[in-house]
Design a protein around this ligand. Structure first.
Ligand SMILES: O=C(O)CCC(=O)C(=O)O
Length: 284
């Protein structure tokens, strides 16, 4: 199989062509996808009509599955596939910059997302390179952030919990999703490259700062994340698959298509088969 890779922006993103949707997902192919993912952070694979079972197989080839989302339903053919469906009065919930599930101590390594039903226009997704944001930080600010940690929680997923069961719903959802403190500058576990590790969806406050100091600094960092030079934007076609490395990227699903429907299938890959073990953490 000959894969052809075209870079799409300076910061991140590449289109990958040449995958056969019917070919088995060999170790060689998974190795090639992993290497491309490390280089480009997000890959777009057009016209790759994988069934839910085959999407889960692709996920298994990249790592271990098992992170189920607390708020979404799963596909009847494969419990590893989450169905994201919006439209009518079901308002999309991902029009905020975020890395997936950083309210967990160990967020997933990667996600695989396939377009099933698309609106006539709109419904694009953007990704940001948090490596690029990190590298653009003023040096003094970067040095300060290197010493700071921030607390992440489930953010606006609370709304759904509230609508379902009021205060009890929020308490239960917060307990089940959990919260986690992460360094504000993290390092990619394979490449060691530093990235800015806060998101407007899930980073609630900076440990050790007062609420207003924390809010001011986070807002400044969210504004930096929002600058287009750090982004790539995908205009989906049916059966396009995107794979992103959740360590060092964030994404934003544009919510501009209601009342039309948009349906996506997603597999979350919990752990990277090819990442060095804990020992690596001491090397970076
Ligand atoms: O629907 C999309 O384009 C992205 C959904 C999303 O934010 C996610 O899967 O975490």
């Amino acid at each position: 199989m000959h894969l052809h890779c075209t870079r799409l922006s300076t910061a991140l993103g590449a289109e990958l062509n040449g995958l056969d949707p019917n070919a088995p997902i060999s170790t060689e192919l998974a190795d090639a996808l992993h290497a491309s993912l490390l280089e480009h952070h997000v890959l777009f694979l057009p016209d790759l009509d994988l069934s839910p079972t085959r999407m889960a197989e692709l996920g298994h080839a990249l790592g271990t599955l098992g992170v189920r989302h607390h708020s979404y339903t799963t596909h009847p053919e494969s419990a590893d596939v989450t169905v994201l469906e919006w439209g009518g009065d079901k308002v999309p919930d991902a029009a905020e910059w975020h890395a997936d599930m950083t309210y967990r101590a160990t967020p997933p390594f990667a996600s695989i997302l396939k377009a099933i039903v698309l609106p006539p226009v709109g419904g694009d997704t953007l990704w940001a390179s948090m490596f690029s944001v990190h590298d653009a930080l003023p040096p003094g600010l970067r040095r300060d952030l290197e010493t700071l940690d921030a607390c992440h929680d489930m953010g606006s997923f609370r709304t759904e919990a509230w609508e379902r069961a009021g205060n009890t719903g929020i308490d239960e959802a917060m307990t089940s999703a959990g919260s986690a403190v992460h360094p504000m500058i993290a390092h990619h576990p394979v490449t060691g490259r530093p990235y800015l590790n806060v998101s407007e969806s899930f980073t609630r406050f900076i440990i050790g700062l007062s609420a207003p100091e924390s809010a001011r600094l986070l807002t400044q960092l969210f504004d930096l994340t929002n600058r287009p030079e750090h982004h790539v934007r995908l205009r989906w076609q049916e059966n396009t698959i995107a794979i992103w490395d959740n360590r060092g990227t964030q994404h934003y699903a544009v919510a501009d298509y209601l009342p039309h429907r948009r349906v996506m299938h997603r597999v979350a890959v919990a752990a990277d088969r090819r990442a060095p073990t804990e020992a690596h953490a001491t090397l970076v």
